[in-house]
Design a protein around this ligand. Structure first.
Ligand code: KG4
Ligand code: ZN
Length: 337
């Protein structure tokens, strides 16, 4: 089954053609990041406008690269939630138009579910059940993936998402948006023990995260140094901050796996590209004899191939939308089975 998939939840306009949920025939991404960099973060109105300008070309390119046409496509999958509402609406309405014109089924895909599905492309043998650490710019979850479409939230952030904390800390140091990637690179050269940072825990919720206090602590360190006229040792600050965030993520994730007796662990989302997170998890999983799967680096960030993969499994579970499908800014990952 060939699915044409569309993603426009944030600042990437993307389209792909995916066969049977696992084989990527094409994947095209038009990134707006250079423009949003000027403003230090995503400007929703600009994002929507750029999606509207790019989507036709991106979809055509995806069909062309897959050497296919709309007639050969079996279904159209689109990210409908969660994300920036104006940005989502561009993809959703484009997909609805295509579905109406071609009479092909329309499949709504939850953005975080699609991040998880990136692993089905990277690892052909991977099947649920498994425990997944979903860490993106807007979300930090530990999710029990019982089946391709049945998810149970085990832990979540009480405030900032891990990616958001990385981006805000980076911004305070003058590192351009999206700071998480650059912060990770700079941290490689620093001393992670240079600054003492809190490792916040949430009372009575051992798998939940809280990153806002940690973010404030690092921002205070930077401001204090600046006020004293001292140079900010960016490499050491980045390394200490990255270590604190990664420690919290890894600790709760591994503890949840132990407590639940799950031995297959998976990561998903933009932050799963973080090099320290990848190393630490590899180490912990070896120690505990857990099997670890992480998406290829090219599939960690937003793309439409992952939407085509999850779209296939949503289709198999009869998640077919009608033309009244709407975009939704917030929607829990376990909204349906
Ligand atoms: O999943 P994603 O592409 O978009 C959302 O759904 O939010 O995640 C983007 C987030 C950004 O906050 C970005 O800074 C972060 O992922 N990110 C990283 C790294 N690469 C991307 N954070 C830390 N280390 C990285 N290597
Ligand atoms: Zn994403």
């Amino acid at each position: 089954m060939k699915i044409l998939s569309i993603e426009s939840s944030c600042d990437e306009t993307a389209a792909a053609v995916v066969q049977d949920g696992r084989e990527v025939l094409s994947s095209v991404i038009a990134s707006q990041v250079e423009e949003h960099k000027l403003y230090g973060g995503v400007v929703p109105e600009i994002a929507s406008r750029r999606h509207a300008e790019s989507i036709c070309g991106v979809v055509n390119e995806a069909l062309y690269e897959a050497q296919t046409t709309l007639e050969d496509i079996d279904a159209i999958a689109v990210t409908h939630a969660p994300g920036l509402i104006g940005a989502l609406l561009v993809g959703v309405n484009f997909a609805k138009g295509l579905s109406l014109a071609t009479k092909k089924p329309l499949v709504p895909v939850h953005h975080l579910r699609s991040h998880i599905a990136a692993n089905y492309i990277s690892h052909k043998e991977l099947k649920p059940p498994f425990l997944c650490l979903v860490v993106s710019g807007g979300h930090s979850h530990i999710v029990m993936v019982e089946s391709y479409t049945k998810m149970r939230i085990i832990g979540r952030t009480r405030d900032d998402a891990a990616g958001e904390a990385f981006d805000k800390a980076a911004r305070t140091m003058g590192i351009p948006y999206p700071g998480g990637i650059m912060l990770d690179k700079i941290a490689e050269k620093g001393d992670a023990d240079a600054f003492k940072l809190p490792h916040p825990k949430v009372d009575d919720a051992p798998y939940d995260f809280s990153f806002s206090g940690l973010k404030t602590a690092v921002i205070n360190i930077i401001h204090n140094l600046e006020q004293k006229g001292e140079e900010v040792p960016k490499e050491d600050v980045c390394a200490s901050f990255r270590k604190a965030v990664v420690d919290c993520l890894v600790k709760n994730f591994i503890q949840a796996a132990k407590d639940l007796g799950v031995t297959t662990l998976v990561t998903a989302g933009g932050v799963s590209a973080n090099s320290l997170l990848r190393r630490e998890l590899q180490h912990e999983c070896e120690l505990n004899a857990f099997k670890l799967y992480m998406p290829d680096l090219s599939l960690c960030g937003d793309n439409a191939a992952m939407v085509g993969s999850q779209g296939y499994y949503e289709y198999l579970s009869s998640n077919i939308a009608q033309l009244d499908l709407n975009a939704v800014a917030t929607l829990p990952i376990d909204y349906r089975e």
